[in-house]
Design a protein. Structure first.
Length: 108
């Protein structure tokens, strides 16, 4: 679902565009065994609108600025990798939040 890096986190997301609401829904495991953060946005996947909406939703969810989030891979795919440039307490808090989501999924 994520990889910790020296300057932040690389987050692996499965995006559902065209949803009824924007938000982060937890985590999901795909058939290949990989785990992704599940997110949804109201925006359609047209001209990058869903990617922009995802960055905005993640910034809200992770309590960081949109400028601190960069789409690395998957601009036209539902599976995306984003870099969140965070340090110190913000990085530690987000890792703890992601671990809690992963733990919730594994106990369901």
């Amino acid at each position: 679902m994520y990889d910790a890096t020296p300057d932040g986190i690389e987050l692996h997301v499965r995006l559902t565009p065209g949803a009824a609401r924007d938000g982060v829904d937890g985590c999901v495991e795909r058939d290949d065994g990989r785990t992704y953060l599940a997110a949804r946005v109201r925006a359609k996947p047209d001209k990058g609108q869903a990617n922009t909406a995802l960055i905005k939703a993640l910034a809200r969810w992770a309590s960081c600025a949109k400028r601190d989030i960069e789409l690395l891979r998957g601009s036209t795919s539902r599976i995306k990798t984003l870099r969140l440039t965070l340090s110190g307490a913000a990085r530690t808090e987000l890792i703890a939040r992601l671990e809690a989501l992963s733990h919730e999924r594994s106990t369901d």
